[in-house]
Design a protein around this ligand. Structure first.
Ligand SMILES: [Zn+2]
Length: 183
């Protein structure tokens, strides 16, 4: 483990990498472990409950989540590598936002319950059933690995309401790269 985690630049809507299907992680080596640390650090600095690798410019199948952060300050990050979602059931909708689509919030319909399998940083495979907010966060992050953004799943009305912001975000893209500017 290295000493100081790095704050990674965030790719925002209009960046091509957010629309690509990410590749499986072949090997969990020291570099991937360092990257996971940076990804986690960046999620907390950006006040997120989840962050996927493509959002920081790497098209690989991994993300970090910490759904408990919504309710308290304790940090319990879970890094999920090569995740697979199975047996989706039920329906729930809630307001979502995304670090890669700043200041846009809208309701998204998702499954209420899923079975999730993933590899952790020690190379161990886990399988578990999750529901509610945690299931929502996992489905949102998982979508990033397939080039899908939450705004693809919002109503036409919500798209219209957010169209100015969406156009603003898209307008800063240059040659398929769009990096969040520091405020
Ligand atoms: Zn997102």
């Amino acid at each position: 483990m290295k000493k100081e985690p790095t704050l990674l630049p965030i790719r925002i809507l209009g960046d091509d990498i957010l629309r690509q299907k990410a590749a499986e992680v072949a090997e969990i080596d020291e570099e991937i472990k360092d990257f996971a640390q940076d990804l986690t650090h960046t999620m907390y600095i950006r006040d997120g409950v989840g962050l996927a690798a493509p959002q920081v410019g790497r098209s690989i199948r991994m993300f970090v989540i910490d759904p408990g952060r919504r309710d308290d300050d304790a940090k319990n990050p879970i890094v999920m590598i090569n995740p697979v979602i199975e047996e989706p059931a039920g329906e729930s909708s809630s307001d979502e936002g995304c670090i890669s689509v700043p200041e846009v919030f809208a309701e998204v319909k998702r499954h209420d319950k899923i079975k999730i399998s993933y590899t952790d940083l020690d190379g161990k495979r886990h399988t578990g059933e999750v529901s509610g907010f945690e299931a929502t966060v996992i489905q949102h992050e998982y979508d990033h690995l397939d080039g899908v953004l939450f705004i693809d799943k919002i109503s036409a009305l919500a798209k219209l309401k957010n169209s100015v912001k969406i156009r603003q975000i898209l307008s800063t893209a240059v040659d398929g790269v769009n990096i969040l500017k520091e405020k």
